[in-house]
Design a protein around this ligand. Structure first.
Ligand SMILES: [Zn+2]
Length: 280
């Protein structure tokens, strides 16, 4: 097929609102412009034109935030079970199986040891594609173990946060993870080790109200939705109009919840500088 016809055929298959990862081109899910897939991937799935940040799969996030070949996964064998025998439109074990197949991950967080700029780190990466990165007992346990092992091994902790909140399929056991992870962070802090939290789109509810916002330094990616409850729920509860963009990084930076808004392409050098200052 002649080149231009091939390109035209490829473009005609693109739909706005969803980034395709195969083919030469993709249509940005924010600005709808055509961008070179290669360019988009090179910038860690951010649009070269409007700088929109698309979700970054866990392996690419680990590659971004660790020195080559230094990441060793911890607690990969922990997996959720349906201890409440939750019944709903779809059984919990089925949901878990579907999400494992879809993402290639065992649960919504991947943890491990690595180095960044030569500094030993404990790195946790949440994946929103896995059940909305909801925090169940395994997510809470893996994050807690990550922090505890970092405390023992004198590592800085780096958490890439994303979450829709507690995992309803595990009820109360999900909620207690907030206290458990926060307790582990208090001990990390007492040991004088730094904790850097990176808030990605979206970081909400129980994760936002626990380890996501307990960082010594809290960074956010541009455009991330960050908040405890949804805007509609807050508005109905307090019966007041809410400020424009009150759950977006610029507003949260202005009001002291964030320390900086850092584009994904700048994350690595920024965190390296922070570790140079905090972990020496
Ligand atoms: Zn764009």
């Amino acid at each position: 097929m002649p080149f231009f016809r091939r390109i035209k055929a490829e473009i005609s298959r693109l739909k706005p609102g969803g980034a395709r990862t195969d083919g030469l081109w993709l249509k940005c899910s924010a600005c709808n412009e055509l961008v070179l897939r290669e360019e988009w991937l090179k910038q860690y799935r951010t649009c070269p034109l409007c700088h929109h940040h698309d979700p970054l799969p866990t392996p690419e996030r680990i590659a971004l935030l660790s020195d080559p070949d230094t990441f060793v996964e911890w607690d990969a064998d922990l997996h959720s079970v349906d201890f409440l025998h939750f019944s709903g439109p779809a059984p919990y074990p089925q949901k878990l199986e579907d999400n494992r197949r879809k993402t290639g991950e065992t649960d919504a967080v991947t943890t491990g040891g690595a180095a960044l700029g030569g500094h030993p780190i404990a790195l946790g990466v949440m994946d929103f594609a896995f059940l909305g990165a909801s925090m169940g007992s395994v997510v809470g346990e893996k994050v807690t173990r990550l922090i505890e092992r970092a405390t023992t091994e004198q590592r800085a902790v780096l958490m890439v946060c994303a979450s829709g909140g507690a995992r309803m399929y595990e009820g109360m056991m999900s909620l207690v993870q907030m206290a458990k992870t926060s307790g582990a962070l208090a001990r990390l802090s007492a040991a004088g080790l730094p904790y850097i939290s990176i808030l990605t789109n979206p970081t909400t509810a129980g994760v936002m109200a626990s380890y996501a916002t307990l960082g010594d330094v809290i960074l956010a990616e541009p455009g991330a939705l960050i908040g405890f409850a949804g805007a509609r729920v807050i508005k109905e509860t307090i019966q007041q109009d809410l400020p424009e963009g009150f759950q977006r990084p610029p507003f949260l930076l202005q009001h002291g919840l964030l320390d900086a808004i850092v584009p994904r392409t700048e994350l690595r050098p920024t965190i390296k500088r922070l570790l140079d200052a905090l972990a020496s």
